[in-house]
Design a protein around this ligand. Structure first.
Ligand code: PHE
Ligand code: ZN
Length: 872
């Protein structure tokens, strides 16, 4: 089967404009009738081509005249009308079967609720239309449905009225005063519970806030409501951006492909990112909800008011909005810890993507399936690109640029070039080279070389950059890299920098702007050799190759004035130690623990002054996915041996101190959710996870007690995960209890699946296979698929176990999911991204499965695109 690719270079401005559209929905149990009436103007000679897929066409009228089949053509993807007048009213009637829609895009049903998902190209499954973001128009919507079954009828914008039709049905009228592209259209109809509050904007507009969820669940929506109000306030304070409608609605839906969707005035959310109380949600869940609610809210300006010209520009709204939500989270919690978490996620997910067969630029040039654009590169690397802009121009300069962006482009559909111009021009900066970040893929490598000449009192720093080849990009031009830096004295003080090539941005931060492939910097008047602190706060998304002495690394881990770098050095040293152990394990040697590292970790454990949340981050060992990126061969069993051996050694050395930490914080303010309490819990639970490595019955008693006595989900889940990954006598009882407690709660059951899919036990694959047949597991529910199957695919030790048929099982599941829901299947495919690093026998095993999947005629273009690149 030939699959068409689309290219950015083929972009053509639309030949038509749409002044307004009226959508009329008639919802029934077995079908839904849609009448779309648009006011269209032809701007240049052209035939009318509208997108539409899987639609049943009932009729087409132009200016009230019914067209006959000679007047138009229908292909699988388009409706073509060769002859249309200059200005006309187009009326199209289609019929849909939402109850049969398992792809969860377009109009579908989830637990008896009708809802829509139109981004990226779902609107074409509702009616024939210009399904492209540069067609922005005014929407009015009517929804008719059974009054009892669907008392709540929602769409974008303002409620106009609701009519009782007398025959047991009612009809709602909505009108959105803001023009928008069709991917932001939404409709919800169902019997839902709701909580209400309001927010008064800085100019005095009172906004009604509503969060909807299944009846009985609405009391778990208050954290989302709270997060929404914080976001509205933050966007006013930080960017002077105010909400622009009288209502803001969030609806929680159980079957949802992604996290959440920013439809104008009517966000639709995956219920896992709305529902939370301390019994059912962990600290991590609360934090995720706050940041996603903020993310969707922030889209109202970055995405909706200013939207995309085409889908290749996706990072224009996603990178920018992720940046905004990360900054919001930093302000709401602890900036230092937040940055560590964001960089960890970037490294684990995006760096791996950049190093794999599906690497692509932040602004891609081509694709098969637009849905495959929703990646870590577009989102998280995109956010880093925006962050670098802010680092270069400083916060004040960035705010000036953002003001300019809205001044220039409010109400328009624009490109990443437009954004870069709005930030750079008011700041007098040239971003020509900087924009290589948008079109060059891959993670740049920066090599650091230093020397000190005591006779001249000079310190010389040489930086070299290159970027490894990525698909379709064998060579790259140098990047414009903002590297935040300081030089530190022996006692950890920041030294005066006497070097004319160092910039100071408007925040007073010292910056190297590396633009050449190689550059040298000479710092004068330094009477002793300074210690370099570079890439502070991870100011550019690069791989730093720095053969610093162990003395310098340990010094920085202890004394760097940038907290991000202290943790970064701890990771770097830890990585070196783990790699040595991996080498020993692979060569069947005795594993010898590095004593200096052990002593440094012990010192951290014993440090009474360190912030608790930060300490938990300092104690974290590099993950298997980070090891996978560093090691040439993916031998995950040896990763596991190395990591557990090291963890155990640290635990053994500090058994007493770790127990003390645990006892000090366990049970303190178990219901509090402020950042401090979050930090306490994260520290004492990490102490517990170290202790669990000792496998001694006394510790497992403590874990078991925590499970049964837990007063919040963070503690219960931590204990359950430790027990699930053990051979403890307490294991089965806890898992059974958790199931009995939560079996009727779809969101919480996902934790139970994940706890069992992520263990390092040899029988994990068998457990996962059994769980796919469990009555609580539903393969049509994306959350179930992600929490069980995708979690297993990310379990590197068990997924790449040479003794099992994990690849074959996983491929079977991809095929099964793909037939129903291509977007969800595509998200499973990344488990195969490491193929090139596998040992020959394993590689052949994996390739065999990939070939089998790609050989299936009916495989979706989503999965096909991601899998076939691994064969290239
Ligand atoms: N635009 C959504 C967001 O980032 C993500 C999304 C993409 C949701 C596609 C659904 C479908 O907020
Ligand atoms: Zn987004």
């Amino acid at each position: 089967m030939k699959q068409e690719k689309i290219y950015l270079r083929d972009y053509k401005a639309p030949s038509f404009s749409v002044e307004s559209i009226n959508l009329d929905f008639n919802l029934n149990e077995d079908f839904c009738r849609v009448i779309a009436k648009s006011n269209i103007t032809k701007k240049e000679a052209a035939e009318l081509r509208l997108n539409g897929e899987e639609l049943k066409l009932v009729s087409i009228k132009i200016n009230d005249k019914v067209l006959t089949s000679q007047d138009y053509q229908i292909t699988g993807e388009e409706l073509i009308i060769p002859q249309v007048p200059e200005k006309f009213i187009l009326e199209i009637e289609t019929e849909l079967e939402p109850q049969k829609n398992t792809s969860l895009e377009g109009l579908y049903k989830s637990n008896g609720i009708f809802c829509t998902q139109c981004e990226a190209q779902g609107f074409r499954k509702i009616t024939y239309f210009f399904d492209r973001p540069d067609i922005m128009t005014s929407y009015s919507v009517t929804i008719e449905a059974d009054k009892k079954k669907y008392p709540v009828l929602l769409s974008n914008g303002d409620r106009v009225r609701i009519d009782d039709l007398g025959n047991g049905r009612h009809k709602a009228f909505w009108s959105d005063p803001h023009k928008k592209p069709c991917y932001l259209f939404a409709l919800v109809a169902g019997d839902l519970g709701v909580i209400r509050d309001n927010f008064v904007t800085k100019s005095g507009r009172k906004v009604n806030l509503e969060v909807y969820a299944a009846h009985g669940k609405q009391e778990r929506c208050w954290h989302a409501m709270d997060s929404l109000k914080k976001s509205m306030k933050w966007d006013e304070d930080t960017f002077n951006l105010e909400y622009d409608l009288n209502d803001y609605m969030i609806v929680a839906i159980d079957d949802f492909n992604a996290g959440a969707m920013e439809n104008k005035g009517l966000n639709v959310f995956n219920s896992r990112l709305v529902l939370a109380d301390s019994n059912s949600a962990t600290d991590v869940d609360f934090h995720a909800i706050e940041s996603v609610v903020a993310h969707e809210y922030f889209h109202n300006w970055t995405g909706n008011r200013v939207t995309l010209r085409d889908w290749f520009q996706l990072s224009l709204k996603e990178g920018l909005t992720v940046f905004r939500d990360q900054e919001f989270s930093a302000d709401m919690t602890d900036r230092g810890v937040q940055r560590i978490e964001d960089v960890d996620a970037l490294r684990v997910g995006q760096f791996a993507e950049d190093a794999g067969p599906n690497a692509h630029p932040v602004r891609p040039e081509s694709c098969m399936a637009v849905d495959n654009f929703f990646t870590m590169t577009i989102y998280e690397k995109g956010s880093e690109v925006i962050r670098m802009m802010q680092t270069i121009v400083g916060r004040k300069g960035f705010r000036k640029g953002m003001d300019e962006y809205f001044k220039r482009h409010d109400g328009q559909a624009v490109t990443t070039d437009d954004f870069a111009a709005a930030i750079s021009e008011p700041n007098g900066k040239d971003f020509t080279q900087f924009k290589r970040w948008y079109h060059q893929s891959g993670t740049p490598v920066v090599n650091v070389n230093e020397s000190y000449d005591s006779s001249k009192s000079e310190y010389t720093l040489t930086l070299e950059q290159h970027c490894p080849p990525t698909p379709n990009q064998p060579t790259k031009e140098p990047f414009h890299l903002p590297l935040m830096m300081e030089l530190l004295s022996k006692n950890g003080q920041e030294l005066k920098l006497e070097c004319d090539k160092i910039e100071t941005n408007s925040d007073g931060k010292h910056l190297i702007e590396l633009k050449e492939a190689k550059e040298t910097y000479v710092f004068k008047n330094l009477n002793e050799r300074p210690v370099l602190s570079i890439l502070r706060q991870f100011s550019a998304p690069v791989n730093l190759k720095w053969q610093a002495s162990q003395d310098d690394l340990y010094f920085l881990m202890e004394k760097d004035t940038d907290s991000f770098n202290r943790r970064e050095m701890a990771q770097k040293i830890g990585l070196g130690v783990l790699r040595q152990l991996i080498d020993q394990a692979r060569n069947k040697k005795d594993l010898v623990i590095d004593q200096r590292y052990l002593a440094a970790m012990s010192a951290i454990i014993r440090d009474e002054k360190m912030d608790h949340g930060f300490k938990a981050k300092m104690l974290q060992l590099p993950s298997h996915s980070v090891l996978a990126q560093e090691e040439a061969v993916l031998d995950t069993e040896s990763f596991h041996t190395a990591r557990t051996t090291l963890k155990k050694a640290i635990a053994k050395e500090n058994r007493q101190q770790l127990l003390e930490i645990y006892q000090k914080f366990h049970g303190v303010e178990p219901k509090s959710r402020d950042t401090k309490a979050f930090g306490h819990r994260s520290l004492k639970n990490s102490a517990l996870s170290y202790l669990a490595e000792l496998h001694d019955p006394e510790v497992l008693e403590v874990v078991n007690k925590q499970y049964w006595g837990a007063q919040n989900m963070t503690d219960r889940m931590t204990a359950m995960m430790i027990l699930a990954d053990s051979e403890s006598v307490h294991r089965d009882k806890a898992l059974h209890n958790f199931y009995e407690e939560w079996k009727n709660d779809a969101v919480v059951m996902n934790k139970w699946f994940t706890a069992q899919a992520t263990t390092s036990r040899k029988q994990t694959l068998e457990d996962v296979k059994t769980l796919t047949k469990h009555p609580a597991f539903n393969i049509t529910n994306p959350n179930n698929v992600y929490s069980l199957l995708r979690a297993f695919g990310a379990n590197l030790v068990r997924f790449h176990d040479p003794k099992t048929d994990a690849y074959e099982f996983y491929a079977d599941k991809i095929i099964e999911v793909d037939a129903k829901n291509p977007q969800v299947a595509a998200r499973l495919c990344s488990a195969f991204n490491f193929v090139q690093k596998l040992e020959p026998a394993m590689k052949e095993k994996a390739l065999k499965q990939i070939r089998r999947m790609v050989g299936i005629e009916a495989l979706s273009k989503n999965s096909r695109e991601l899998l076939q690149s691994a064969l290239a």
